[in-house]
Design a protein around this ligand. Structure first.
Ligand code: CMC
Length: 392
């Protein structure tokens, strides 16, 4: 069967060529389609970045309004999808709900799995971008015992999400520009990250020619894991634990150093590719200070996070292994200040990552990549003879 190279976790195996995102882990560089993450986070809107990732160029004014208007027209979700949603228990994790309902979209749009209807792909992309925020807000509304808010399509993408989350019938909901801007930056920072676990999953599932909803749903599930996007929820829970335990960060650094015995890792620390710093974390750390002070929020876990970061960065274990705070370390502190509940942090990551998943799925199809099918090295038994049950 020829040679098989073993590379667990694909630490050194390139799975594809890609023109979407450039990442230099040694120098902490991240660029989408050639534009630096720092510049995009400071100057662009999330939907502009989505367009850039998906179609390869920044949109002109006209292209942008066509794109934005198309999304506005599709923010409503089929009422029958709500019936599926109603069946989930009130404490269902919003990530489980999100992936299930995105998967259900394939059943609601049958031309998504019709190989002869490829011309519909663009519409499916618009639907995904438009409906993901709507679906995401349902879980929160249910947790509050509130009816869902229908999308208000006069609003822009981010304001519409905030409206569906937080508007109450008692008064006109006014979007706080500080909140909208902070969310815009966070979503941009999460929009793509080349061949990470969830993106590789989207490409792998799509490589069997599975439809885009099924592929993205698989990506959402991959993202949920605590070593990937689920880390943002874990970070806040860890910081809360440290706080409730008296705030002794050194104790937790010690525990993490013995990760192999304690099973405890510092969530929000370490990265497969970044070995000096994560440029997204730099931007987020600054934004956290900024947003909390502008909103007048005093969150004691921010101090714990800073103390923990400092203690870890001065520790030989972390220095030797080149472990730095990643994108998930400070993001939860901002989400929390914006009023987003902890169990929705990874959902926010999914909303941000969606354009990246879509762009990567399209690229995989456009490049006519073969079905993804890793090999293995077999370590099981050699041939043995079947023993009938009565003789076992
Ligand atoms: N705390 C303590 N030790 C760690 C940590 C950590 N957070 N991360 C890595 N290590 C140690 C690990 O035990 C290993 O030590 P040794 O060399 O003694 O065996 C060494 O550092 C290398 O780690 P690894 O697990 O081989 O590295 P990896 O590239 O396979 O894993 C990672 C990368 C991000 C999964 C890992 O660093 C981790 O589990 N971090 C915590 C979870 C987290 O924050 N994930 C978010 C990642 S960034 C954005 C995203 O994807 O959502």
């Amino acid at each position: 069967t020829g040679y098989v190279t073993l590379d667990k976790g694909y630490k050194n195996t390139g799975a594809t060529q890609s023109a979407i995102t450039f990442l230099d882990g040694e120098q902490g560089i991240l660029r989408y389609r050639g534009y630096s993450i720092e510049e995009l986070a400071a100057k662009a809107s999330f939907l502009e970045v989505a367009y850039l990732l998906i179609y390869g160029e920044l949109p002109t004014n006209e292209e942008f309004s066509t794109f934005e208007n198309a999304i506005r027209r599709h923010t409503m979700v089929n009422e029958d999808m709500r019936k599926i949603f109603e069946g989930f228990p009130v404490n269902a994790h919003p990530m489980g709900v999100l992936s299930s309902l995105v998967s259900a979209m394939s059943a609601f749009y049958p031309d998504s799995y019709d190989d002869k209807a490829e011309d519909k792909t663009d519409l499916h992309i618009i639907r995904l971008l438009a409906k993901l925020p709507t679906i995401a807000t349902w879980s929160y509304k249910k947790s509050q015992g509130h009816p869902v808010n229908y999308p208000k399509n006069t609003l822009d993408y981010i304001s519409n999400f905030l409206h569906m989350m937080f508007a109450l019938p008692v008064e006109e909901y006014k979007v706080d520009p500080v909140v909208a801007d902070a969310l815009n930056v966070l979503l941009i920072l999460h929009a793509d990250h080349e061949q990470n676990c969830s993106t590789s999953t989207v490409r792998l599932v799509g490589s069997s020619r599975a439809n885009i909803y099924s592929s993205v749903s698989a990506g959402i599930n991959a993202l949920w894991g605590p070593l990937h996007g689920g880390a943002n929820q874990e970070v806040i829970e860890m910081l809360e634990d440290i706080r409730n335990d008296g705030g002794d960060v050194a104790k937790y650094v010690e525990m993490a150093k013995n990760a192999k015995q304690t099973g405890f890792r510092l969530f929000g620390f370490g990265h497969r590719v970044y070995k000096n710093f994560d440029p997204r974390a730099r931007i987020i750390k600054k934004a956290a200070d900024d947003v909390l002070s502008k909103l007048g929020v005093n969150d004691p876990v921010l101090e714990i996070a800073k103390g923990l970061e400092e203690a870890a960065l001065n520790d030989e274990y972390f220095i030797q292994r080149k472990l730095y705070p990643n994108v998930d370390f400070y993001s939860g502190i901002i989400y929390r200040a914006l009023g987003i509940p902890t169990n929705m942090f990874t959902v926010m990551f999914a909303i941000g990552r969606l354009p990246g998943w879509i762009a990567q799925w399209l690229e995989m199809r456009a490049q006519k990549e073969p079905i993804g099918r890793p090999r293995q090295i077999y370590t099981g038994s050699t041939l043995r003879e079947f023993v009938p049950m009565e003789n076992r």
